[in-house]
Design a protein around this ligand. Sequence first.
Ligand code: PMV
Length: 324
Amino acid sequence: MTAAATARANVNLALVKYWGKRDAALNLPATGSISLTLDGLSVEASVAFGGGEADRIEIDGAEAAGDEALRVARFLDLVRAEAGRRERALVTTRSTVPRGVGLASSAAAFAALALAASRAAGIVLDPPALSALARRGSGSAARSIFGGFVEWRRGERPDGRDSVAEPLAPPDFWDVRVVVAVTSSAPKAVSSRAGMERAATSPFYPAWVAGAEADLAEARAAIRARDLDALGLVAEHSALEMHAVGLAARPPLVYWRAATVGCLERVWQLRAEGTPAFAIDAGPQVKVLCAPADAGPVAEALRAVPGVERVLTCAPGGGAELAA
Ligand code: PMV
């Protein structure tokens, strides 16, 4: 058994969404995306290689089985191939992301696993290579390697080596808040993978892809200028456009619930009354971008929306790290 390596990574919220692949096997996106890594919602992964007939994977104290176990085992195969090793692995992950809050814990999980598994296998990957590896587990995990504001470049190469994330600005560059309104604790009915396949049937999908570069440029400029209104408006637009693509897909894909729409309306009302707050949901949970001073009132307003189960508030967070 090699010594266990342990790493932790935070979830991230996409401000310009990734929704569609140009290569499903390599998880290469049809467009670039921009995110904010969030503090305090993290996954810690420990990996050791050696012994055993098969990989053993324990997620939050329970042995993983079925598709979940297979997905991690396939990911470990990539690390084994890269490191030239054959031994099976013992993997344990522990999440501080409350279940069903609709904040992709898979992004944090595969970012943490990429770092822990590569180190346990005896290889030291630089951040771009680590991002490319994490991407293979879950596309959005490519971004959770880094803290603060992050851009995942679409890349042009068929092998995906240039489809990696890079930091745009560190977490302390701009103090903002993300208020998360949980409207449903039920697991997502349609996975991101299946949702993206369905999105490609939408007559609006080509427009979504064609508009991405303009959204990315707008978001980059807004982050550079620390312009909350500009960033909020483009992020809100990107999320709504993602839903519009799904509504027109065959069969249709609607992630919203009644409470989701209730939250959107409440956020727009707050804005009309002078509080700069922007709703960026990938459904059904609503994430609201706002200034630190407005986070309390925004959380209170969302808590009062019928159907909202709980509300939590996050600050910008750091990138993936090895545990001491
Ligand atoms: O990383 P995946 O395959 O779970 O896809 C993430 C999809 C969204 O969260 C909706 C958008 C994004 O950019 O994170």
